[in-house]
Design a protein around this ligand. Structure first.
Ligand code: ADP
Ligand code: MG
Length: 254
């Protein structure tokens, strides 16, 4: 049997905040093209684990991409390996138009900047002329093409979420880490999000999704990893984990 090297592999990740062990010896992997769900009650360490992978929080243990170890506590380093993330609150730049937001993502690759909107806009127009059609295509995919030249400040919450995904698409992620992408979305917006994430997966991208909405996870994820108070208590197909006794009691006990 040929063993495929996982795209992402976390081994023995432990994070302590003072006396609290937020993540306790957790290992997981995401294979190329795989969509993995990360679930667990509030405070179980899901966001902290994503923060470790994206270098925002230090940890013991190791993170590997394509088998090569990635240094921990280096924010943004992992984007060099094509790993991007979205946050619980959509990160868009309200001072730029929708199209500009997407173009900025292709250049900054998710870095934050303190430059004024005017400076950001000027450097973007100068450098990225040839990529506008690609940006327009990303907006079309998320249903925001008709808003391309309107400021992102005018978008509703769910639309900001879609714009954030267009930005992520523009960065052509190999792996997208998403923290509660469906939080605060209406059921129509959630449907659209599922369609979009299916497209990301069809384009060959892998996803690691933190989400509470079970129907959402069941449609997208081949595999689910369950955390409780920082520990990994179960992993498997959606059917396997939902019938796991520890998972049932973790959720009943919430
Ligand atoms: P989840 O995303 O699963 O709801 P978190 O990863 O946000 O859980 O939190 C896990 C635990 O770590 C919680 O007990 C939380 O209070 C704690 N925690 C998270 N971030 C910090 C921080 N920056 N400082 C101190 N404690 C934190
Ligand atoms: Mg969280």
């Amino acid at each position: 049997v040929k063993e495929e090297t996982p795209l992402l592999r976390c081994d023995g990740i432990t994070v302590r905040f003072g006396g609290v062990t937020a993540v306790d010896d957790v290992s997981l992997e995401v294979r190329p093209g795989e969509v993995v769900g990360l679930v667990g009650p509030n405070g179980s360490g899901k966001s902290t684990l994503l923060n470790v992978v994206s270098g925002l929080v230090g940890a013991s243990g190791s993170v590997r991409v394509d088998g090569a170890e990635v240094p921990l506590s280096k924010p943004g380093r992992i984007t060099r390996h094509g790993v991007f993330r979205t946050y619980q609150t959509p990160q868009v730049d309200p001072g730029l138009t929708c199209l500009e937001n997407v173009m900025v993502a292709s250049r900054d690759r998710g870095r934050r900047t303190t430059a004024s909107a005017w400076l950001r806009r000027r450097s973007m127009w100068a450098r990225d002329r040839e990529r506008w059609s690609e940006g327009a295509e990303a907006l079309r995919r998320v249903g925001l093409l008709d808003r391309a030249h309107q400021p992102a400040a005018g978008l509703a919450y769910g639309e900001r979420r879609h714009l954030e995904i267009a930005r992520a698409l523009m960065a052509r992620p190999r792996l997208l880490l998403m923290d509660e992408p469906a939080a605060g979305l209406s059921s129509v917006e959630t449907e659209r999000l599922v369609d979009l994430l299916e497209q990301v997966a069809e384009l060959g991208g892998s996803l690691l999704l933190v989400e509470h909405k079970i129907a959402f996870l069941e449609r997208l994820c081949g595999r689910i990893v369950v955390l409780q108070t920082g520990r990994r208590i179960a992993a498997g197909t959606p059917a396997e984990v939902w019938s796991h006794p520890e998972v049932i009691s973790a959720y009943l006990g919430e």
